[in-house]
Ligand binder design. Structure first.
Ligand SMILES: Nc1ncnc2c1ncn2[C@@H]1O[C@H](COP(=O)(O)OP(=O)(O)OP(=O)(O)O)[C@@H](O)[C@H]1O
Ligand SMILES: O=C(O)C1=C[C@@H](O)[C@@H](O)[C@H](O)C1
Ligand SMILES: [Mg+2]
Length: 177
């Protein structure tokens, strides 16, 4: 079995917001590996980065991803940097993956609105976000079956676009089995 769909993309793309709504629409469960990592570590993500560093975070994240891909059948959102680790990209090859994209201006605006993100708390979030997109865009595209630009769409509209893609692909139950 496989998740119905795995959602990837940079911080602020709406993986959590859209993933939750999509799961509701599909009548299935939503899971977010960022939450799984916090449960595994017994700390928040900013605390893990501060006390143990990014490498330790990526280790925990890879474990959380492998577990969730194996046991979750609903909608699964990954952390924004999951694709930077080769092992994670290899695992994703067997699953239906949707890449939510967002441009620099909108991504920076949205990440200012919600949970703290340790990689974006520097003095110039705009240039940090730009560098992050430059490095990661090819990696998101490498593993994605679908790419949906979210800049001009509210979360509910992004969900509609996703549902169209999923219907077209008929991933209902067996992709990656
Ligand atoms: N399409 C959208 N239009 C407007 N606001 C959005 C959209 N998608 C998400 N948001 C808002 O942007 C913020 C960040 O969204 P969200 O937490 O879902 O991003 P994320 O991709 O899960 O980020 P992270 O990688 O850090 O987990 C939230 O306040 C959310 O409500
Ligand atoms: O873009 C990233 O590297 C991250 C995004 C978040 O989802 C978290 O996984 C963490 O803050 C790292
Ligand atoms: Mg999220």
């Amino acid at each position: 079995m496989s998740p119905r769909v795995v959602i990837i993309g940079p911080p602020g793309a709406g993986k959590t917001a859209v993933g939750r709504l999509l799961a509701e629409r599909l009548g299935t469960a939503f899971r977010d590996t960022d939450t799984d990592v916090e449960a595994l570590a017994g700390r928040t993500i900013p605390e893990i980065f501060t006390h143990e560093g990014e490498e330790a975070f990526r280790e925990l994240e890879s474990r959380a991803i492998a577990t969730a891909l194996a046991e979750h059948h609903g909608v699964l959102a990954l952390g924004g940097g999951a694709v930077t680790v080769e092992r994670n990209r290899s695992l994703l090859a067997a699953h239906p993956v949707a890449f939510l994209s967002v441009g620099v201006a909108e991504g920076v605006r949205r990440t200012g609105l919600s949970a703290p993100r340790p990689l974006l708390t520097g003095v110039n979030p705009r240039s940090t976000f730009q560098a992050l997109l430059r490095e990661r865009l090819p990696l998101y595209r490498e593993v994605a079956d679908w790419e949906i630009d979210t800049d001009e769409s509210a979360p509910a509209e992004v969900v509609e676009h996703l549902l169209e893609r999923l219907d077209g692909a008929d991933t209902g139950s067996s992709a990656g089995e």
